[in-house]
Design a protein around this ligand. Structure first.
Ligand code: ATP
Length: 331
């Protein structure tokens, strides 16, 4: 069922392996999100799939066909960039239809396809405007429209929403997800934002230093991180990590606990409240434990302890994540 397969893909820049022997199968029809900190190689891997870079080693298959070294235009993929890359002198209609025109499609069919895609993306009223007369969100929809109209085998999204403000980004995430599901087209989406990855993905691939740390469904990564890195990367606010005697009680070198899995208890670790964050629907209480270790716990609004209060907290035992000294999760 996998549509795009990577076998031992490696890309070096000088001595640095930006992408390091990646094996990955990307399923047909789903949204796969590549996520990881800046410099982890996710954009380079997307560009390798697009054919904008050539690998030093490894093979790339699309629909079982070896596409390593095939020119980008022959791969049947459509990429959407963060910068939109619209033609400023062309109308929205011409921008969306441009690739079809280049491919020699007849005018009536181009018009029909452009109008269908414009309707899907709520761009119909703007078809005769130029990009300069559009908002950021509208421009991004035009960029997406240009990819959709080609009916590609897969979409490759490179941080397409990062130039938008937070509210618009939130709306566009949902819209883009709906559109991808409606079309049923395979998509790969690159972001450094774990929240974006969690909301958009059927499957998340977490990268670090050119390698895959873990791949799985969003809630799988959230509830069963394979290692310390994924545990710390997925989820906001981040997991609480504790080492030393507190971890040793659980038979681990280090333990990690999500803020929602800590409760105020009669028996537990004692700490002092330093900051209370009121977010409306929930609150986050920041503590320091006796030995200076910081801890964040989630609280229901109206039930937060006061700043400076001394209290005891305990983890829900079943929700404690245990890691060995190598950083890997213990069974
Ligand atoms: P970001 O989120 O910051 O875009 P990324 O995870 O997408 O990061 P890449 O852009 O893939 O990371 O870069 C991976 C590594 O390869 C980085 O160390 C980067 O500096 C390096 N790199 C990327 N492109 C080139 C290039 N053309 N020449 C030299 N080094 C490069």
């Amino acid at each position: 069922m996998s549509q795009i397969e990577l076998h031992g893909i490696t890309k070096r820049f000088g001595d640095h392996r930006a992408v390091d022997r990646i094996d990955l199968a990307i399923a047909r029809g789903g949204m796969t999100v590549f996520v990881g900190p800046s410099g982890c190689g996710k954009t380079t891997l997307l560009r390798l799939i697009a054919g904008l870079e050539d690998p030093d080693e490894g093979r790339l298959l699309i629909d079982d066909e070896d596409m390593t070294g095939t020119a980008p235009a022959q791969r049947g993929l459509a990429m959407v960039f963060q910068s939109y890359a619209l033609y400023p002198h062309m109308t929205v209609r011409a921008n969306i239809g441009f690739a079809l025109k280049l491919a020699g499609m007849a005018r009536p069919e181009i018009d029909a396809r452009v109008e269908r895609v414009a309707a899907m993306l709520h761009l119909t009223p703007y078809l005769d405007r130029r990009p300069a007369a559009l908002s950021g969100g509208q421009r991004q929809r035009v960029a997406i429209g240009r990819a959709v109209v080609r009916e590609p085998r897969a979409f490759l999204f490179d941080e397409p929403l990062s130039n938008l403000d937070a509210a618009l980004r939130g709306r566009m995430r949902v819209e883009l997800r709906r559109l991808q599901q409606e079309l049923g087209t395979t998509a790969i989406y690159v972001t450094h934002d774990q929240a974006e990855a969690m909301t958009m993905a059927d499957r998340i691939v977490v990268f670090r230093d050119g390698r895959i740390e873990q791949a799985g469904r969003p809630l799988e990564l959230y509830h069963r991180p394979a290692n310390r890195f994924v545990a710390g990367f997925i989820g906001s606010p981040a997991m609480n990590f504790l080492a030393g005697p507190r971890a040793a009680t659980f038979g681990a070198a280090e333990i990690a606990i999500r803020p929602e899995d800590l409760t105020v208890a009669a028996e537990g670790w004692s700490g002092t409240v330093t900051v209370v964050e009121h977010l409306g629907a929930e609150s986050y209480v920041h503590l320091v434990l006796e030995d200076g270790a910081p801890l964040v716990l989630r609280s229901r609004p109206g039930e937060e302890p006061a700043n400076g209060a001394k209290l005891r907290v305990a983890p829900v035992a079943a929700k404690v994540h245990r890691f060995g000294s190598d950083g890997l999760a213990l069974g």
